[in-house]
Ligand binder design. Structure first.
Ligand code: ATP
Ligand code: MG
Length: 246
């Protein structure tokens, strides 16, 4: 485990009487794509909030490249190379698409001109270049999801945390996002992905971590997880998972 990019050990967080994340351990290697799946309320987004410094853990350790990130503020974790997208997309609606991405680009490029060039390159990569001058509020859901991804990508992370970037997209849009995530990963960026679209999870992830009531109930390759009795009972029980969950 010493070579893992991200190493999470015994992570726990409660909200009042609710244990949202319980003694969770997992790792993500350099250049790997790992999926975090589980039923609604399992604690997946809470794990992202802990990793990105938006929430503090009650106990446990989180290491990036061997260095603990416990107690770091969101901007510090971002500077160290972890970027997240939000499940509820929240661009600044009155700012243009370019300006929204520029905010992320300024993390590594303090000079506005450099930041803008980088932001434009990111918009090119995600296929939003033509919308650069539009207010973010005018975008479709699919475009807003890609803008959310662009904002994270613009901070030039080593580890990208994607929280349901495919939720609500149609088949074509999901396919396009799959290709985009593969391309981003091929550039050397590790990805930790929360996703209910099982087709996407199965085709992208080399490993899957399954959460239920804040606890890891399984971890393995996609083929192992698809046949795991506990996972089927807790999560994959419905014949059509894509239709059964939002
Ligand atoms: N800030 C908070 N304060 C109190 N309870 C919270 C808070 N954030 C999350 N919870 C609760 O913690 C549990 C885990 O929530 P979380 O959002 O992490 O689940 P999730 O696995 O991302 O679910 P979903 O698939 O619906 O997005 C839920 O019961 C939720 O209501
Ligand atoms: Mg969530």
């Amino acid at each position: 485990m010493s070579h893992a990019l991200l190493d999470v050990r015994g992570l726990s967080r409660r909200f009042g009487g609710l244990q949202a994340v319980r003694d969770l351990s997992f790792s993500v290697d350099e250049r790997e794509i790992v999926a975090l799946i589980g039923p609604n309320g399992a604690g997946k987004t809470t794990v992202f909030s802990l990793l990105s410094g938006f929430l503090a853990p009650d106990s446990g350790d989180m290491r990036l490249g061997g260095r603990s990130i416990v107690g770091r503020k969101p901007h510090e974790v971002c500077a160290l190379g972890v970027a997240r997208t939000f499940q509820i997309v929240r661009p600044f609606p009155k700012l243009t698409v370019l300006e929204n991405v520029l905010i992320g680009a300024l993390v590594r490029h303090p000079r506005r001109r450099d930041a803008e060039a980088h932001a434009r390159a990111v918009l090119d990569e995600v296929g939003l270049a033509a919308k650069a001058a539009q207010p973010a509020g005018t975008l479709t859901l699919s475009e807003r999801k890609r803008l959310e991804l662009s904002r994270a990508l613009a901070t030039e992370p080593r580890l990208l945390l994607l929280d349901e970037v495919m939720a609500g997209l149609n088949t074509t849009e999901v396919e396009r996002t799959l290709e985009l995530v593969r391309a981003i990963n091929a550039r050397g960026i590790a990805v930790l992905l929360i996703e209910h679209v099982m087709r996407a999870v199965m085709s992208l992830a080399s490993r899957i971590v399954v959460l239920n009531y804040g606890e890891r109930i399984a971890e393995g390759r996609p083929d192992e997880i698809a046949n795991d009795r506990r996972v089927i009972e807790a999560y994959l029980g419905e014949p059509d998972v894509d239709a059964a969950v939002p």
